[in-house]
Design a protein around this ligand. Structure first.
Ligand code: PAF
Length: 296
């Protein structure tokens, strides 16, 4: 996460105060809140793109001050996943946040967040092993735990998350309810490329052929929405319509395509209430997600 030199240099900037320690972050957010500011938090793993910036815009619109966190959280990556190669560009991210007049940037190192291996974990039972949780065991436990830590450290009034990671959002909402966090969770719409591909830091991994094939995720959701709009309510049929698009691409390997309850993530057989259709697929080693809401 950049060198200390870089952090010090950026801290001199009047618009974004960079906090590398929990103590500095807490002191800064408490100082803002003491002045009566409503503080918004945008948790990220960096490699910022327009999707993240839409969260920053929402936070700026709804809050008096905005904190962004950048932390590539090791506990949400499996042993054979992309933790080491996850895109990191701290300097560029700082520049972007500076241009957006973000107030605080929390950028801790792994030792700051996990000085010793964690013994306490947040596991949102019943949700953490659904959708991505099924193919990434331990992923949502790592997400929920680090988000709980960020909530305790930053003490924001509102936190902003992208709807693209719909399961993550459901899990965080449930954790906030169950553990009585005093933070309001706001989900923000998916931001897409002109051809429909949902923005993700992992899109950077795609070669041109994979990049082209990746639009099939969006197209399969569109096909499902079309079937749904023409009256189909059976999840099995809707899913089959989406899969027909995905199987056409030899370089794409489907992880899941499911229709679930947006809160419990339980599979739905007939769409009689608002439901989430969620898809994940591999393009080579890169796993991408997308989803859409079905509203009867
Ligand atoms: O969505 C992400 O970028 C991460 O999962 C989050 C919420 C920042 C936790 O590490």
């Amino acid at each position: 996460l950049g060198s200390i030199g870089l952090i010090d240099q950026a801290s001199a900037d009047p618009h974004v105060k960079i906090c590398a320690t929990i103590e500095a972050m807490r002191a800064s957010s408490r100082a803002l809140r003491r002045k009566g500011a409503r503080l918004g938090l945008v948790p990220t793993m960096g490699a910022l793109h327009e999707g993240h910036l839409s969260l920053v815009h929402a936070a700026k619109a709804q809050c008096d001050a905005v904190a962004v966190s950048i932390f590539v959280n090791p506990t949400q990556f499996g042993p054979n996943e992309d933790f080491n190669k996850y895109p990191r560009n701290f300097e560029r991210d700082c520049e972007i946040l500076r241009n957006k007049n973000v107030d605080l940037l929390f950028a801790p190192c792994a030792e700051e967040m996990y000085p010793s291996p964690a013994a306490t974990w947040v596991n949102v039972a019943g949700l953490s092993d659904r959708l991505c949780g099924r193919s990434r065991p331990g992923h949502f436990r790592g997400v929920a735990t680090v988000v709980a830590k960020l909530f305790h450290i930053v003490e924001a009034d509102v936190a902003f998350f992208g709807q693209k990671d719909a399961a993550q959002l459901a899990i965080i909402r449930r954790m906030v309810d169950d553990l009585n966090f005093a933070v309001e969770v706001v989900g923000c719409p998916i931001v897409r490329e002109p051809d429909g591909l949902a923005l993700s830091s992992r899109n950077a991994y795609l070669d041109p052929q994979q990049r082209q094939a990746a639009t099939a995720l969006y197209q399969s959701l569109q096909e499902i929405l079309r079937e749904f709009d023409s009256g189909e309510r059976r999840a099995e049929k809707l899913i089959a319509a989406g899969k027909r698009i995905l199987v056409e691409l030899p370089c794409l390997r489907l992880d899941y395509l499911e229709i679930v309850d947006p809160e419990t993530l339980q599979e739905i057989r007939t769409v009689s209430r608002e439901s989430l259709v969620a898809v994940a697929a591999f393009l080579g080693p890169t796993r991408l997600l997308d989803n859409a809401v079905l509203k009867p």
